[in-house]
Design a protein around this ligand. Sequence first.
Ligand code: C5P
Length: 232
Amino acid sequence: MKTKIFVALDVETATQAMEIVNDLQGLPIGFKVGKQLFTATGPQLVKDIVASGAELFLDLKYHDIPNTVAKAGIEAAKLGATVFNVHATGGLTMMETTVKALHDKYKTPPLAIAVTVLTSMAEEDLQQIGITISPEQQVRRLAKLAQQAGMDGVVASAKEIKAIREECGDDFVIITPGIRPASSAKDDQKRVVTPSQAISDGATALVIGRPITQAKNRREACEAILQEIKSQ
Ligand code: C5P
């Protein structure tokens, strides 16, 4: 993974997505395609973005039996994704089987990243599904399990980075959303940090959506963020 920024393409159509990709063409960034856009447009858009030369994070959060997730991971690799993700709650065997299938087939497979606890889940939500430890303890547990399975890293909010670095060390990849440059609106994100703060806290790469995609001048907004994290 070369890029430190994945721009979240949270739009409805391939045309809207490619407009953003074209506006940012040539900048050292990648793009994140998630469930909404992928469900709407299918894999051709992913291929088109990869063909534009950008790195692609396929954010489909697989969670299924080991064989199915491993095969989905292979398909993500075939599409040319640089990063894809799974839910760590799918378990050790699911993650191990996926990592093994990818390494058996590819010399440099895409990075396999785990989602630990969705940041939309509070203590009470975890209790409702039978998890009685705190969200932070659950994040620590699942990050360690992912590492044990051979996964490359996790998606995590900035406030979880310290705990994950304690559990998993410095080489584990941490991809962090919830980023807002000091000058931009928070939108619906409740806890946000600035790009430079997230990098200095230990994030490996950032996911940034609306501060770039809804900016008047997307390229300038993106260049300003790249400058901010470069001058750290
Ligand atoms: O527009 P914004 O920068 O808020 O977009 C953030 C992206 O990161 C969205 O695609 C969102 O789904 C994703 N994300 C997040 N918080 C998480 C996990 C993923 O905002 N905990």
